[in-house]
Write a protein that binds this ligand. Sequence first.
Ligand code: MN
Length: 247
Amino acid sequence: MLTYFIADLHLSDDRPDIIRAFLDFIEQQAPKADALYILGDLFEFWIGDDDKTPVAKQVELALKALSDSGVPSYFIHGNRDFMVGKAYAKRCGMTLLEEEKLVDLYGKKVLILHGDTLCTDDVGYQEYREVTQKLWLRRLFLLLPLFVRQRIANKIRSKSKQANTSKSLGIMDVNQQAVEQRFAEQPIDYMIHGHTHRPEIHQLALSGTKYRVVLGDWYQQMSILSVDTNGLVLTANGQAQKLELGQ
Ligand code: MN
């Protein structure tokens, strides 16, 4: 009885070491789990299921083998790989989930999401997100030849890097009201997300004790969250944080 969560691997062909770490995890650890949840930004960028990069194929084969062995995997889009489509998900044998999903984990109600929708203080990013969420624009983008999409993606990435270096760390973190709103709207025991690359188990004093669990990235932290009937263990940078979940 064990469920794994990972996020923000930012896999790309530039970083074979991270790809190797991911493949090791999928081949050695993940088969022991009941399920694997990938909470976004599995890929550094994604410009269409027809972009046949080596990393896309490696990940596909690994996830398909995991699924064939009886471990289901679920995927929530991140802000980098929001274009991952049904065709690719099907090849991986993984299920695409909506951007915020309520799941039952060993009797606890848990909201899972990538986390970017909580960062409401970053107005520039939220405006960009609104544009990229438009379905007609996505369809139009996918009609462009691959090399044009690659150029556009490179431009957006370098612009986003420039913008983020001038933003304060506070702006790029979650907004507390956005977090509390989620807990007020639904009967949730805890929330699990990534995106901010700040691994932590936050305890919140709302109506009852609630928890917000933040996954770290894989570029530096190799962060994994494992949840079982006793509680959860968040690892990042070789350090483990534990939370026991009472009845
Ligand atoms: Mn992200």
